[in-house]
Design a protein around this ligand. Sequence first.
Ligand SMILES: Cc1ncc(COP(=O)(O)O)c(C=O)c1O
Length: 436
Amino acid sequence: MTPSTDRNTTLFERAKALIPGGVNSPVRAFRAVGGTPRFIARAQGAYMWDADGQRFIDYIGSWGPMILGHGHPAVLEAVQKAALEGFSFGAPTEREVELAEEIIRHVPSMEMIRLVSSGTEAGMSAIRLARGATGRSKIIKFNGCYHGHADSLLVKAGSGLATFGHATSAGVPPEVVQHTLVLEYNDVAQLEEAFALHGKDVACVIMEPIAGNMNFVRASVPFMRRARELCTQHGALLVIDEVMTGFRVALGSAQSLYAQQIPGFAPDLTVLGKVIGGGMPLAAFGGPRAIMEQLAPLGPVYQAGTLSGNPVATACGLATLREIAKPGFYEQLAARTRALIGGLAGAAQAEGVDFCADSEGGMFGFFLLPALPQNYPEVLTTDGARFNQLFHGLLERGVYIAPALYEAGFVSAAHTAADVEATVAAAREVFKALSK
Ligand SMILES: Cc1ncc(COP(=O)(O)O)c(C=O)c1O
């Protein structure tokens, strides 16, 4: 395990006395991999520095938002200007309209959009809207997909298709999850069976198009196509959670990639977060006008937020989206990401370590397995101890990947070919140790 350094340890002790687990979001605590979390002092470009001054090549990118890298000059300038104009007004601003226009321009399945402050809030609101618009209660989600920590989504599968979910968190009453059906990702037959049994009661199916919360597992094209067909056939809404994939895998988000393979494909509702805020608390959900007009103040579905559409956050998001919309941005980002996973695969192969990887745009995942998993139980066949050895080996060598084997990784436009080479060189040393 990576030896903890003095200042990180001192800060962690202070934090643990005041903040549960010493962190404000659980995965940051390193509990899956062991050891002391690094307290980050600052970041620039592709790098972060911890409280002891150690530099890391950052493949977490704040869990996705930092697609331009840290401290991009155009984004900094926009944020500084917005901050001088005022932090929050609780009244509409021109920038919210501009951001809505910019997002919808690239993701045209959304005719209208509502801005909120976190992915959790966006997912939770999209589900309330789906229920309100359909007048139905049941929702279908998939094992291993994460849509934020709203009560009705903290659910694991019941004992069969006829039984609904069990809460995965204390504090969630059984009545709250009794309408959530959890199915296996990429299992077309199970989805068909669920609709045959419950179709008339299903308000929506919610899914990550590329599941980044079980590392990196794509929804197969037949699975996505069938989900779309079944929703349409049964009057349920298809909600695509692009909090992670939105503007991260392509300018049109993951749905544009499925639309290339499934003629006419579009979700009913889209959930966005992360990149659209460029690192500030900002998220959104949107869809066709007829559905979105069900929201307050026009319709009966209530939804609100003191800081929604915050002027500094929208400035950050807008400046980020304008940079990534420049020609060639995604081609270059995708090529760098492919170079990274190709390099890692080569290093693993040279040392005889089982390794497989996949990427799209600036998002990637890898597994210490011989073949890419298709669902969560397959992801969990990874040897956790070996992953932890890899994680700490890389961290010691100044490479910071997610501290859990079921998380995706992110490359930014600031990562250079030299960063990729340094990462692959570090990984080769760790794979050598793993192969012993
Ligand atoms: C796909 C997906 N949906 C929703 C969320 C929740 O977003 P937030 O952490 O901003 O509440 C996440 C967070 O990682 C996510 O990856």
